[in-house]
Ligand binder design. Structure first.
Ligand SMILES: *[C@@H]1O[C@H](CO)[C@@H](O)[C@H](O)[C@H]1NC(C)=O
Ligand SMILES: *[C@@H]1O[C@H](CO)[C@@H](O)[C@H](O)[C@H]1NC(C)=O
Ligand SMILES: *[C@@H]1O[C@H](CO)[C@@H](O)[C@H](O)[C@H]1NC(C)=O
Ligand SMILES: *[C@@H]1O[C@H](CO)[C@@H](O)[C@H](O)[C@H]1NC(C)=O
Ligand SMILES: *[C@@H]1O[C@H](CO)[C@@H](O)[C@H](O)[C@H]1NC(C)=O
Ligand SMILES: *[C@@H]1O[C@H](CO)[C@@H](O)[C@H](O)[C@H]1NC(C)=O
Ligand SMILES: *[C@@H]1O[C@H](CO)[C@@H](O)[C@H](O)[C@H]1NC(C)=O
Ligand SMILES: *[C@@H]1O[C@H](CO)[C@@H](O)[C@H](O)[C@H]1NC(C)=O
Length: 484
């Protein structure tokens, strides 16, 4: 029992090409409606005398699975490519009857159902549809088609299409910004990629008068580049953990040794981190000496790609400062010299990287209020047995040494938010050269000695004179008394 199924609009046209227009007698044009019953087989005829190729375009009225969907979803175009069925076609009930060199291009629909209702168009042209549109050197990466390049190295994208006598227009686009057009079977584009182009897409399209929609081939650029390295940090109770964070392509890194440098680019030591690029540093527990973990840390990472700087390993740096009280550096002088009766500058050198510094000076537990001057200087200290340049603060206390008691011990206390440290400086008379003390002091001491001796001598003379005078007086009086 054959049921009436529906309309089949059959349109067979000859492609409007001047080359073919000349052979008028061969043009075969037909527009008709075909009625087909359910489960019937229908064959739509299409024939051209010259050995040209053909395609069927099918515009169905409804999607097989969703008849109640939107109207926009109901029509779509399927086509056969040359005499081969479009491999994307899932309709196993369609066959092309004919051959490359026969001129025959019939479409056979078996087991016709309402799903097959629609408009069928047969088109001819001199040669095949553009096909095999390809971008060359495509590889698969994470399920995506990519073309691989390396930052800084000339990359050439090649797109080709097979298009017979009628060449297609090839258009190559990258992210819709730049376009290169060539009316040929091959288009190339050379450029020096940067990391910015990584993941950008490139589309090659083939336009042709015989195609309603252009063929397109889309790939993504996979631009490999050496990593940019940053160091992040994580704090734990007793440790500071430095984390090497490279970001490059591919994301597969090997890490070199860490390097520890002073702020003034002096190498202190190499350190081995973990294989995944972290470096745990103990927090400074000694608040008196230069914090040994202070300084610049460098982490080296590579993903196997040479950087534009020509290096395989790229470097990230970070500066580490422990939160410690001000440190009196080892270059401080615990004995300083002054001259009696003159002004002198008592100086101390501090390393302070945390908060503002406050200093006081006291003499035998008695605070002094003197003029102080602060200036930043470069000085030295020792870290890991290496003498380093460190940026320090020089504090100058201006003292006047006008008493002998001023030549004594002074205690300097320096504080920041983390606490305080103290240093005792002894002030002694200035020595000019090998054990010869300051002339002033020597002279003064000699004068005092001479003066004391003189005073003593004068007193003795006076006493003797007095004794003589007294004796003469007494004797005179005695003899006078006897005489009378
Ligand atoms: C069409 O064929 C299928 C399977 O061969 C069958 O189940 C169905 O009943 C047929 N429909 C009609 C209207 O003959
Ligand atoms: C109809 O189309 C709109 C927009 O394309 C879509 O959001 C909606 O889901 C469609 N409805 C059905 C039933 O498919
Ligand atoms: C064709 O069939 C395959 C597997 O059955 C399916 O994955 C694909 O989406 C189908 N294509 C169309 C256009 O329906
Ligand atoms: C038709 O031509 C295509 C490509 O030119 C070829 O692959 C195919 O084998 C040919 N078919 C026949 C039946 O000759
Ligand atoms: C399509 O292109 C690929 C790569 O260039 C080639 O290997 C293949 O043979 C081509 N196919 C046809 C039918 O020309
Ligand atoms: C890149 O390579 C292509 C082909 O090898 C060449 O034509 C082009 O001049 C090169 N471009 C640069 C900037 O070197
Ligand atoms: C990472 O690189 C190593 C050596 O270069 C290689 O053996 C390994 O397969 C790579 N791993 C990944 C996930 O790419
Ligand atoms: C102390 O230092 C100040 C400032 O640097 C300077 O002007 C002064 O001359 C110095 N005094 C002595 C005695 O060195």
């Amino acid at each position: 029992m054959a049921f009436f199924s529906g309309l089949l609009e059959l349109l067979v046209i000859h492609n409007v090409l001047c080359v073919l227009c000349s052979s008028e007698q061969d043009v075969y044009y037909k527009y008709e409606t075909v009625y087909v019953g359910t489960n019937e087989t229908v064959e739509l005829y299409c024939y051209r005398f010259d050995q040209s190729e053909c395609a069927w375009r099918i515009s169905k009225k409804a999607l097989p699975s969703s008849k109640d969907s939107n109207a926009t979803d109901k029509t779509y175009i399927l086509y056969t490519d040359g005499h081969l069925l479009n491999p994307k076609l899932n309709n196993t009930n369609i066959d092309i009857i004919g051959g490359n060199n026969t001129g025959k291009c019939n479409l056979k629909i078996r087991r016709f159902t309402t799903v097959d209702e629609g408009s069928y168009t047969c088109k001819f042209w001199s040669r095949g549809l553009p096909f095999n549109l390809t971008i060359h050197q495509v590889i698969m990466k994470k399920g995506k088609k990519v073309v691989r390049g390396i930052e800084g190295k000339n990359l050439t994208i090649v797109c080709t299409v097979k298009s017979g006598r009628l060449a297609a227009t090839l258009v190559l686009r990258t992210n819709g910004i730049s376009t290169w057009k060539e009316r040929t079977d091959c288009v190339t584009y050379s450029f020096i990629p940067t990391k910015k182009e990584n993941m950008q897409s490139i589309v090659c399209s083939a336009y042709s008068t015989v195609l309603d929609n252009p063929l397109s081939f889309k790939v993504q650029l996979d631009i490999q580049y050496s990593p940019v390295v940053e160091i992040t940090r994580r704090q734990t109770e007793h440790k500071l953990i430095l984390i090497c964070n490279p970001s490059g392509n591919p994301e597969n890194y090997t890490f070199g040794n860490w390097e520890h440098w002073s702020e003034f680019k002096e190498h202190i030591q190499n350190l081995e981190g973990t294989p995944d690029g972290t470096l745990p540093l103990p927090k400074s527990t000694n608040n008196k000496w230069f914090p040994e973990t202070d300084g610049i840390y460098k982490c080296k990472a590579s993903n196997g790609i040479y950087g534009t700087n020509g290096h395989l390993y790229q470097i990230g740096t970070t500066l580490v400062h422990n939160k410690v009280p001000p440190i009196f550096v080892i270059t401080n002088k615990p004995i300083q010299f002054g001259r009696y009766g003159q002004k002198m500058n008592l100086t101390v050198l501090l390393y302070n990287k945390y908060g503002t510094i406050q200093t006081t000076i006291s003499k035998q537990n008695e605070p002094l209020h003197t003029e102080t001057i602060q200036e930043t200087i470069k000085t030295q200290d020792i870290s890991h047995d290496v003498i380093l340049t460190v940026s320090g603060i020089k504090i100058t206390f201006q003292l006047t040494l006008d008493k002998i008691e001023d030549f004594t011990d002074y205690t300097i206390k320096a504080c920041n938010e983390m606490g305080c440290n103290e240093l005792t400086v002894k002030i002694t008379p200035a020595r000019l050269s090998n054990n010869i003390y300051d002339v002033t002091v020597m002279l003064f001491v000699s004068l005092v000695v001479i003066a004391v001796a003189l005073v003593k001598a004068v007193w003795i003379v006076v006493l003797i004179v007095l004794a003589v005078v007294l004796a003469i007086t007494v004797l005179t009086a005695f003899f006078t008394t006897i005489a009378y």
